[in-house]
Design a protein around this ligand. Structure first.
Ligand code: PLP
Length: 359
């Protein structure tokens, strides 16, 4: 068996231990004679899986009791519409524009309500996170929306804005479970699973209970948070296999010591790479220091046309998917939870060698 270090931004690598557990379980899950994929979503075995997945996520993120955990489909992109449809009352919302995903969320929300972009870093190519003060927020806004980690640009909030009584909604797709967060600061957290949780097809929602049950009459049943809340995410067939893999990932995280330990490991990985880029006179980071992501790390080779060569040679050494997003260029190393420290060390060793060969 050959495994590479996969630096893909998403879908991204999963822990080998999880894949091996899934492989062992595949044809006959717990003596049922069936794969998890073949189990009824109403069966006892699957009920145990989804119940435990929720329990583990609550434990890992320390989710307060007055929040619901919902497992839905449609990706984070579906939530760009679902959030306004569930939360709108006054018909206006405040958004912070920190990159491509924020822009998509803004564009979709504009179909339903008046969007006020209260802060943006577009003027500097989204290379930093703008400061959000409480007095910038419209107290009548239905919610404030942020993208906590900007997957494409490689920026992240290191302080969660205080939005007072206005619910804070966060697209946490690319940094959920990467560090400890205080869930009680948020009204809604949503994340597509394919970065830090499991396979694509599952979307995780964490919603404060008072924000459920207020959807507009036009809101499709499947986008209404109440639908999924009332049925414990079993209104229709949920993405059963994705939920099962997520449960295995949550178990893996817990065994590793939970989010505190994961955060320490992620900070160490990111520091190794940023520190090397800082001392190197060959590579540089396009992102302002105080706004850097520990999950997605873009880097460039200034003044040289070597990106294609870098990506090609890296791939030959088992370092996969390092091409930067087409909107940013350069390279990007996505080092989510599942990326081991050795993956980053191997990347840095390759970067050193590549720099020497092309000085
Ligand atoms: C990947 C990503 C999305 C899109 O997720 P889908 O599940 O593909 O809809 C949205 N926001 C952020 C921050 C992402 O990283």
């Amino acid at each position: 068996m050959k495994r590479v270090h996969n630096f893909s931004a998403g879908p991204s690598m999963l822990p080998l231990a999880v894949l091996e557990k899934a492989q062992a379980d595949l044809p006959d899950y717990q003596g049922s004679g069936m794969s998890v994929m073949e189990l009824s979503h109403r069966s006892g075995l699957f009920t145990d899986i989804i119940t435990n997945a929720e329990k583990l996520l609550r434990e890992l993120m320390n989710i307060p009791d007055h929040y619901k955990v919902l497992f839905v489909q449609g990706g984070a992109s579906q939530q760009f519409a679902a959030v306004p449809l569930n939360l709108m009352k006054n018909g206006k919302a405040d958004f912070v524009n920190t990159g491509s995903w924020s822009k998509k969320a803004i564009k979709e929300a504009k179909k339903y309500l008046d969007v006020n972009v209260i802060a943006s870093s577009e003027n500097e190519n989204f290379t930093y996170i703008p400061t959000v003060h409480k007095d910038m927020i419209d107290p009548e806004a239905d919610f404030v929306h942020i993208t906590t980690n900007n997957t494409i640009e490689g920026t992240a909030y290191h302080e969660i804005p205080d939005t007072g009584n206005v619910p804070l909604v966060a697209d946490m797709s690319s940094n959920i479970l990467s560090e400890e967060i205080d869930v009680s600061k948020f009204g809604v957290i949503y994340a597509g699973a394919q970065k830090n949780i499991g396979p694509a097809g599952l979307t995780v929602l964490i919603v404060r209970e008072d924000l459920i049950g207020n959807a507009t009459p036009q809101c499709p049943t499947m986008l209404d948070y109440q639908t999924h809340s009332d049925s414990d995410s079993l209104y229709n067939t949920p993405p059963t296999y994705g939920i099962y893999i997520a449960k295995l990932v949550f178990e893996w995280l817990k065994d590793l010591g939970g989010l505190q330990a994961m955060q320490a490991r992620n900070e160490k990985k990111a520091a190794l790479l940023y520190d090397y880029i800082a001392v190197s006179d060959f590579y540089s980071s396009p992102v302002k220091e105080e706004s850097r992501s520990i999950m997605n790390i873009p880097f460039i080779i200034p003044g040289r046309d070597l990106d294609g060569e870098f990506v090609k040679e890296a791939q030959q050494e088992g370092l996969e998917t390092l091409k930067g997003h087409r909107s940013v260029g350069g390279m990007r190393a996505s080092i989510y939870n599942a990326m081991p420290v050795e993956g980053v060390e191997d990347l840095i060793a390759f970067m050193k060698k590549f720099a020497e060969n092309h000085q």
